[in-house]
Design a protein around this ligand. Structure first.
Ligand SMILES: Nc1ncnc2c1ncn2[C@@H]1O[C@H](COP(=O)(O)OP(=O)(O)OP(=O)(O)O)[C@@H](O)[C@H]1O
Ligand SMILES: [Mg+2]
Length: 220
């Protein structure tokens, strides 16, 4: 039986003169940590943005649990983005006006009480040993601490699918391993998957599949 929780069919995207996404079809299954590697400028970030419903493709479709979501209204797509995806980018976008704890709990408060969100955000901070910094503002944190916070913030609403674009770039080996370890643990749940673009070789010790991004598809 096919247990793809996210899939795409014949995705195409041209940016200027470049074909960034070239007829890519793939089925991403649950309980799986996918690493995607490929040349600089090949189109990996563009592909992730389309998969995560942050950008439209020129052609092709994205399916969530078998349903074509690529032609939905912006409002419906926004709902999927909130419920279904957690995003991790290489530059952590934490809001300077809020403390670390608030940064993590704010996305939770859309559908949960303040108390419940605060409690869950605290638990996530403990995973990355940042609970004692919960009242710090982003500028008071180190680069690594901000990065770890951005990773666990993506877990805020227990999304089915984590989309990560170079989440460990610029980190020391130990911190890189910690982040991959957290992602691997998240992906091991029966109803989750992690799709991570990375240029790190260390990911080979953590990912279930290493896919190579190129013209005409995702290969092994
Ligand atoms: N707005 C744009 N207009 C024209 N070309 C663009 C635009 N944005 C990106 N590109 C080009 O599209 C291609 C794909 O970019 P993309 O950022 O998806 O690649 P990437 O594989 O993520 O690269 P990297 O490994 O450096 O992060 C690149 O050649 C890039 O220069
Ligand atoms: Mg990129």
């Amino acid at each position: 039986m096919n247990n793809a929780i996210l899939s795409c069919r014949k995705l195409n995207k041209r940016l200027g003169n470049t074909v960034a996404v070239d007829k890519i079809s793939y089925e991403f299954e649950s309980s799986h940590f996918y690493a995607i590697k490929g040349h600089h400028g090949a189109g990996k970030s563009t592909f992730l943005q389309i998969l995560g419903l942050l950008e439209d493709s020129d052609n092709g479709s994205v399916y969530i649990d078998g349903k074509d979501v690529s032609k939905l209204s912006d409002k419906k797509k926004a709902k999927y983005r909130h419920k279904y995806f957690g995003y991790i980018f290489s530059s952590p976008l934490l809001n300077e006006k809020f403390t670390l704890l608030e940064n993590i709990m704010i996305p939770m408060m859309i559908d949960r009480s303040k108390e419940d969100s605060e409690c869950s955000a605290g638990e996530l901070l403990k995973i990355v040993n940042l609970y004692d910094k919960k009242d710090s503002y982003p500028h008071e944190l180190t680069k690594v601490e901000r990065r770890k916070a951005a990773v666990i913030r993506a877990f805020a609403n227990s999304p089915a699918c984590i989309i990560a674009d170079n989440p460990t770039s610029g980190l020391e080996d130990d911190d890189e391993r910690l982040i991959f370890d957290i992602l691997k643990e998240y992906a091991s749940s029966s109803d989750k998957c992690v799709i991570c673009v990375t240029d790190s070789d260390e990911v080979e010790n953590y990912a279930d599949s290493i896919l190579i991004y190129g013209k005409g598809g995702l290969g092994k």
